[in-house]
Ligand binder design. Structure first.
Ligand SMILES: Nc1ncnc2c1ncn2[C@@H]1O[C@H](COP(=O)(O)OP(=O)(O)O)[C@@H](O)[C@H]1O
Ligand SMILES: [Mg+2]
Length: 447
């Protein structure tokens, strides 16, 4: 069985070990959550790599004696002991079994299903197309269950933070309704989170890129003149972000840190740059200038307010509902260790993440076409306008303008852009010039 998993897992969108060689796949735990035909098992597997590291993943695998229906053929892993094995998230029978356990608050061996609200177990489930780091199941357009794929033993920041904010009455998160815990390496770990499905909402990335497309279509008009101007939304998003940060500071740990915090930050940014340089030689040209920016951070003596943050904040992590902006996915960057993702840090990291995302949204229609100077100018104008609107909204909500912390903010933006270059070099080399151009601009501003 693990042989089948080893061949199948590298092709999954959520698999984080791409580019590394798998040397082993072992079962950490396996629980039958539906004992019928198909039989559905929830597995935690440990994937070992040739560099000695390993990662845990959650799998839902179904097996059947019969032939699988045609619509499930794409989900097949292969045959094991005379039974066909497939990825169960695509089978409504399996998604129903999960919802049933959540609605009933069942204990199934070491799996604990817990609910905080009545759940309608009869809603039909389907897998959400827009898969990112995890797999989400949508039930009757009313509920969404996020099945965490990559697992790290211990408290999952997504449920921890979202629940703290929802309990404190924030209108900017989707309230956790139910969840299930299992064990990873013996430690209790949240494996899935059920929230209301925000029907009819649009994600920030689609809205922002639609606005950019409108602008390109109106060749003679400026960003503030076209119908699809996004600045009002950007400002509201900034305000929502500021309100969420403020509430996180109240209901989760926070601290005022001294100069050692700035030194540690500079050290961390330098280390990440060192690692990125090994993957992206094109960064070398800007390395000295970036390090100079990090040095300025290291010599900062002013206090830094640190707190829990979102950790992976960009336009794809926010939804615009009829009522306003909702922030999703407080998991942090799944590739980073849990201790780092739960660490207290400057909320400017999130601000920097969103500012980078505005740049990306502006550039993304241009990334794969031949350069057109008029459109590049338009794209930059759009990005500047929306970045400023976001900061205006944020400043109004928290009472302090992030742009006044220019040194720290720029260092965090550079760090994000460095991370993006690694991602692009590995996944979409033709896009590499987007973060590289931003790095050029940021170090130019600093000079
Ligand atoms: N409560 C929700 N209502 C509607 N859509 C949602 C909801 N939560 C997530 N989504 C959709 O699913 C996508 C992935 O969700 P997210 O929580 O960011 O998971 P991942 O860890 O896979 O990135 C989002 O970009 C959004 O489009
Ligand atoms: Mg996400």
């Amino acid at each position: 069985m693990m042989r089948l998993v080893q061949d199948w897992i590298p092709q999954q969108r959520w698999f984080g070990g791409k580019g590394r060689t798998i040397t082993s796949v072992e079962e950490d735990s396996a629980t039958i959550i539906l004992d019928a035909d198909p039989q559905v098992r929830l597995l935690v597997v440990r994937v070992g790599y040739d560099d000695g590291t390993s990662e845990h993943y959650q799998l839902l695998l179904a097996s059947t004696k019969d032939a699988v229906e045609q619509r499930l053929e794409h989900a097949l892993l292969g045959e094991h002991e005379g039974r066909l094995v497939y990825d169960a998230v695509h089978d409504p029978v399996a998604s129903s079994a999960l919802l049933d356990h959540l609605a009933g608050g069942h204990q199934v061996e070491t799996l604990s299903f817990v609910n905080d609200a009545p759940i309608d177990a009869d809603l039909p489930g389907r897998v959400l197309g827009a898969e990112q780091s995890n797999t989400s199941l949508v039930y009757g357009d009313a509920l969404i269950l996020k099945v965490f794929r990559r697992l790290q033993p211990g408290a999952n920041p997504d449920i921890e933070v979202t629940k703290a904010l929802a309990d404190a009455g924030s209108p900017h998160v989707a309230t956790p309704l139910a969840w299930y815990d299992g064990r990873v390496d013996g430690e209790v770990t949240t494996l899935g989170l059920l929230q209301p499905f925000l029907r009819g909402s649009s994600d920030g990335w689609s809205m922002a890129t639609a606005s950019v497309r409108d602008l390109f279509g109106e060749a003679d008009l400026h960003a503030d003149e076209v119908g699809g101007d996004f600045a009002g939304e950007s400002e509201r998003l900034g305000a929502a972000t500021g309100e969420v940060h403020g509430l996180m500071r109240q209901v989760l740990p926070s601290a005022t840190a001294g100069a050692d915090e700035s030194q540690a930050t500079a050290r961390q940014l330098n280390e990440r740059l060192d690692a990125a340089l090994l993957v992206v030689p094109e960064l070398a040209e800007h390395a000295d200038a970036m390090r100079a920016s990090y040095d300025v951070v290291a010599t900062r003596t002013a206090a830094v307010e640190v707190q829990r943050v979102h950790g992976d904040y960009h336009l794809g992590q926010v939804l615009r509902t009829q009522e306003g902006w909702v922030l999703l996915d407080f998991e942090g960057e799944p590739a980073r260790p849990l201790s780092e993702r739960r660490a207290l840090m400057s909320p400017l990291r999130d601000v920097a993440g969103m500012l980078r995302s505005f740049d990306y949204a502006a550039q993304h229609l241009l990334a794969e076409q031949t350069v057109r100077p008029d459109l590049i100018y338009r794209a930059e104008e759009w990005a500047t306008r929306n970045r400023n609107a976001f900061c205006d909204g944020y400043a109004a909500a928290v009472g302090a303008d992030p742009r006044e912390e220019a040194v720290l903010l720029r260092a965090f933006e550079l760090d994000k852009a460095v991370y993006e270059t690694v991602y692009e070099a590995r996944n979409r080399p033709s896009w590499l010039r987007v973060p590289l151009a931003s790095i050029g601009r940021l170090v130019g501003e600093a000079a």
